[in-house]
Each structure stands twice: as C-alpha cells, then as structure tokens.
Design a protein around this ligand. Structure first.
Ligand code: GTP
Length: 235
C-alpha cells in the first residue's frame, strides 16, 4: 500500500439512521489510537461535517464535506471523483492517516459505495425504521462488510424485537457480521470499535479484498418541485 494510502471505510444507510452519530462514536473511541479523517456527503450543505466538527471528537480540520449536488448514491457509486479527490487531499494533508471514514448522504435502502471509493463499507439501519427492514434485504443489507442495527435503546418504544431483527439480518447476510448498536450501550460500542480495529489491520496487511455489494434497485430521480428528472434506471 502507498505510504499515504489509508483504509477508506464507507458508512451508508437510509436518512436519519445514525450514520453521523456512529462516525462520531468511532472518532471519540479511537482517535487516540488511530489517525482518523472524515469526509461527509450532503446534497446541498456541509451540515453533517459541521455537526461532526461541533461534536469535538476530532480535529475539525480533519473533517471535510463534499456537496454532491445530486442524489447521494450518484456521488458514492457512479461518479466518485469528487469524493476520491477529497479523500486523497485529506490523506496528503495529514499523512499518514490510518482510516478515512466516508459518510454517504442519507439515501434509499439500496444505495451502496463503489469499491473504487472505499475498501469496506458499513450499512446502517435503525430499529425506528421497523423490525421488517432487515428481512427485506437489498445489496447493503445483504453484502456490506458490516450491518448495524442502530438505536437499540429505542426498541421498547417502537415495538421492535432486536434479537429477531438481528437474526433476520444474519440470515439475509449469510453469516456476515451484524452489530446491534446503541451509543448508550458501551458493550455494543466496544463491538463496533473492535470491528474497525480488526478491519484496519486486515486492510493494512492486504488481507481484505473490497467487494461490490451490487447495484441499486432501478429507480428514477425527481426534482424539488416533484418533476421527473430521469426515467427509471439502475446504477
Ligand atoms: N436513541 C438514540 N438515538 C440516536 C442514536 N444514534 C443516533 N441517534 C439520533 O438519531 C438522529 C439521527 O442521527 P444522525 O447521526 O444525524 O443520522 P444520519 O444517518 O447521519 O442522518 P442523515 O445524515 O440526515 O441521513 C439524531 O437525532 C441522533 O441523535 C442512538 O444510538 N440512540
């Protein structure tokens, strides 16, 4: 691996499932141990980057935003150039970095990263989206390197059986890892940080091959006023 090349770790998942919070947690737990950087993706703003900077978990200069100007999946899958440039700039400016976390903008259930951009990816669901979601599958749920069932502390309030949700997810994933996470549960946070540590070591020693979870389901793009921008297509 080139000496300035970090482990690039993508974090994707539907809107509001807790991607920024998960990244904040990883930074809070591992910033003393690993040299970290963060790239956020938002459609029109740098809001996620500002939120992470204000969390005070990482040197604010190591958190940079890419404004995608289009559906987030386009920037993490079809045209990854702005993201790749942002990652490489960060790697050069703070060389050597161990891990650069790339947060996708919140998108639909089938949005995943291209292996041209990240070495491994985490897909984040939450219990508030309903216990059925994990069973429904999709490329991120089935084939991301790690699936997170987030906000388990909310499960009693939304009537979700976390154990069943994790079981359904594990079945959809052929045994690939699933972590039931809550930022209020230190044991689950420790599981997450251990996964990041182990994967960082694998990538560093060449023991991990990036896998493409597969294309999105066919969809169309609609403008802010509701008019159709593109006809149904897949990526
Ligand atoms: N109860 C609970 N709330 C959480 C947890 N993690 C995140 N949240 C809350 O969930 C909401 C969304 O979290 P974010 O981290 O902003 O989610 P996101 O996926 O980055 O959102 P987008 O970037 O808008 O797609 C916020 O109000 C968080 O405080 C958790 O473990 N438990």
């Amino acid at each position: 691996m080139h000496e300035t090349r970090s482990f690039r770790l993508g974090v994707a998942g539907p809107v509001g499932t807790g991607k920024s919070s998960l990244i904040a947690t990883v930074c809070r737990e591992l910033a003393d141990e690993l040299r970290l950087g963060v790239i956020t993706n938002d459609i029109y703003t740098d809001e996620d980057a500002r939120l992470l900077r204000s969390a005070g978990v990482l040197d604010p200069d190591r958190i940079r935003a890419v404004e995608t100007g289009a559906c987030p999946h386009t920037a993490i899958r079809d045209d990854v150039t702005p993201n790749l440039i942002a990652v490489e700039d960060l790697e050069r400016d703070f060389a050597p970095l161990d891990v650069v976390l790339v947060e996708s903008g919140g998108d639909n259930l089938t949005a995943t990263f291209s292996p041209a951009l990240v070495d491994a990816q985490i897909f984040v669901l939450d219990v508030a989206g309903g216990g059925d979601v994990a069973r429904k599958g999709g490329p991120g749920i089935a084939r991301a390197d790690l699936l997170i069932v987030n906000k388990t502390d909310l499960a009693p309030y939304v009537g979700v059986d976390v154990e069943q949700m994790v079981k359904d997810a594990s079945e959809a994933r052929d045994g690939k890892p699933v972590i039931a996470l809550s930022r209020t549960d230190p044991a689950s946070v420790a599981e997450l940080t251990e996964w990041v540590r182990t994967m960082t070591a694998h990538v560093r020693t060449g023991g991990h091959t990036p896998v493409d979870p597969g294309p999105m389901a066919p969809h169309s793009h609609v403008g802010e006023d509701g008019t159709l921008i593109t006809h149904v297509h897949s990526h």
